[in-house]
Design a protein around this ligand. Structure first.
Ligand code: AMP
Length: 282
């Protein structure tokens, strides 16, 4: 498996695939890889001749300096994990100045209303940072298909919008959420949790399941209150937001409408660690 840090070396490595019209898949990550990332790479390997996995902790998408500083970095383990997979994988692990051509700053995008909800509301500049880095990577790698997890459902919608805005010739595929045995959505940030906190953080998934279960017979305001109560009772988790939103527009839903697909979203803190999760409701 190749580990490449320079853009030109990456482009050279991809040239043989491009000239012979072979399929290139791309999985952008920030490293500290887990089974969620592996599921994306495995899916990419089934339909591509070569899969590029970027490992890059993107500074421009963090609004919290401590979160960026504490972001887990486990490159050797990441390489070992990807080595267990069958198929051609290229790891792209550039420095920020290399990826950003020296100017490490976000472009300002107009993603429309979807960028103002939830993560957009609570993490200032986050989606501009995501859009900027994904645009740079897609323009350099020029994959046929790029794979993103539904774990970051809003990000997946933003990336689809980005591809339309930037007119990029790539197909975006959304992949299902992979969970720990207790239901906690896998996340690199889980590495910052103690065993006890991992157990406690299962409340996020349990709450989503409860909301899904009650959704057919309960009103949205009732569900909102119920979730607030659950988190108020928790001694370890602090709710940042709970939203039931229209899956397509991501607009907060106040009451149920026919023919609309809804999804519930949670962001919560356990100590300084921020976790997000979501679930389709109907
Ligand atoms: P990250 O390294 O956290 O930026 O994530 C890289 C990609 O992996 C994103 O598209 C995420 O949505 C996806 N991802 C992260 N965690 C999971 C998970 N538990 N299940 C599925 N996809 C995930």
């Amino acid at each position: 498996m190749k580990i490449i840090t320079k853009k030109q070396v990456l482009l050279n490595a991809l040239t043989p695939y491009k000239v012979s019209a072979k399929k290139i898949g791309f999985v952008p990550t920030m490293g500290a890889l887990h089974k969620g990332h592996v599921s994306l790479v495995s899916q990419a390997l089934t339909t591509n001749d070569c899969v590029v996995v970027s490992i890059f902790v993107n500074p421009t998408q963090f609004d919290n300096a401590l979160d960026l500083k504490k972001y887990p970095k486990t490159l050797d383990k990441d390489v070992a994990l990807l080595s267990t997979l069958e198929g051609i994988i290229i790891i792209y692990h550039p420095q920020a100045s290399e990826l950003y051509n020296g100017k490490i700053r976000s472009k300002s995008y107009n993603f429309g209303p979807i960028a103002n909800e939830m993560e957009g509301k609570f993490r200032t500049g986050h989606f501009n940072g995501v859009g900027t880095v994904v645009n740079l990577l897609l323009r350099d790698i020029k994959p046929d298909t790029a794979y993103f997890g539904q774990k970051d459902f809003q990000q997946l919608q933003i990336v689809k919008k980005l591809v339309a805005i930037e007119n990029l010739p790539v197909q975006i595929v959304g992949c299902p959420i992979v969970r720990e045995e207790n239901g906690l959505a896998m996340s690199s940030r889980n590495k910052r949790l103690s065993k006890k906190q991992v157990d406690e953080a299962a409340l996020i998934h349990q709450t989503l399941l409860l909301v899904k279960n009650d959704f057919p017979q309960s009103s949205i305001p009732k569900l909102n209150s119920k979730v607030e109560e659950i988190f108020k009772k928790s001694k370890v988790l602090t709710l940042e937001y709970f939203e039931i939103a229209d899956e397509a527009s991501l607009k907060t839903a106040k009451r149920k409408q026919k023919e609309t697909k809804y999804r519930a979203f949670i962001a919560a803190f356990i100590g300084p660690v921020r976790l997000i999760d979501n679930m389709a409701l109907n």
